[in-house]
Design a protein. Sequence first.
Length: 65
Amino acid sequence: MAQIPAYSDRQFSDNSKIWYNLKCAISTSSGFQRWQLERDVQLQGLRLEQQVQRYLRETLETLAY
């Protein structure tokens, strides 16, 4: 029986490293930090990854206007 090629572990690892580095760069940016201050109460309890995702989504929505 032929095996179906799966998403390679190396590729997954590379993507995880890229996302980690991107998340770190975004979270140290002045724009992100200002955004956090403006939404202090809304962000309570969210992990940094969730905050970065929300920040990126809101930023892209703003740019789409």
